[in-house]
Design a protein around this ligand. Structure first.
Ligand code: AP5
Ligand code: MG
Length: 209
């Protein structure tokens, strides 16, 4: 199954993609995770985009399309994939359509007030990307990763200024993709305001899994 997870920052795309990827045994491809790894590893790409990402703006279409094209060529995508955070512009959506077919685009819906709560309380284990929330999904020990005991991290783009920029960018550049995929008959709306277990059940139901 070739899936796209659409939706505002903090809606829970990554959290649900990890669960579904494990259950369906298909890769979770997050352009945000790929870009953050490049920044962490101080690659040429990472250095080029670090400030853009921290400010909550979008990396160029050319760069992100090239990243995804290369990733989709990997053999592990033969039985499907979950694209999380790509496409994010109409140019990216058109490029993706030339690379592969899509079975469904899930539109994670969440009010802005909830987005801000989720992002400001998010904590991440930098090396693995494991994600927690100080209130909604806390680690066993405060600010420590459950598996390694290492210190958790707050993404620089989870500061208030960047959150507001990301929301504005989402409305300007990514929200138009809802009608793009709706017009193709591929969009499924998902209320992502309930607790994670409920959202996961609703997600599977909407995909008839
Ligand atoms: P990216 O990493 O894709 O960030 P995003 O789209 O802003 O989305 P987030 O990862 O912030 O949120 P999420 O929906 O995954 O939520 P999560 O599951 O973590 O992109 C980052 C940056 O990279 C971009 O700003 C841009 O610069 C660049 N970039 C990436 N892709 C690009 C592209 N295609 N083009 C150009 N630039 C690109 O959940 C959030 C929190 O809520 C967590 O703490 C979680 O524990 C909690 N939570 C999750 N579900 C629930 C629930 N149901 N109830 C309560 N809490 C919950
Ligand atoms: Mg994410």
């Amino acid at each position: 199954m070739n899936l796209i997870f659409l939706g505002p920052p903090g809606a829970g795309k990554g959290t649900m993609a990890v669960r579904l990827s494990n259950e369906l045994n298909i890769p979770h491809i997050s352009t945000g995770d790929i870009i953050r790894a490049a920044i962490r590893n101080e690659t040429a790409l990472g250095k080029q985009v670090e400030q853009i990402v921290e400010a909550g703006k979008l990396v160029s279409d050319d760069l992100t399309i090239a990243l995804v094209k290369e990733r989709l060529e990997n053999d592990d995508t033969v039985n499907g994939f979950i694209l999380d955070g790509f496409p994010r512009t109409l140019v990216q959506a058109d490029a993706l359509a030339k690379l592969c077919s899509i079975d469904c685009a899930v539109n994670f819906e969440l009010k802005e007030t909830e987005v801000v709560k989720r992002l400001s309380g998010r904590r991440v284990h930098k090396a693995s990307g494991r994600t927690y929330h100080v209130l909604f999904s806390p680690p066993k020990a405060v600010d420590k990763d459950d598996l390694t005991g290492e210190e958790l991290w707050q993404r620089p783009d989870d500061q208030e200024d960047s959150i507001l920029t990301r929301l504005a960018v989402y409305h300007d550049q990514t929200a138009p993709l809802e009608s793009y995929y709706r017009n193709l008959g591929l969009l499924v709306d998902l209320d992502s305001s309930p607790a994670p277990d409920q959202v996961y059940q609703d997600l599977k139901k909407s995909l008839s899994i």
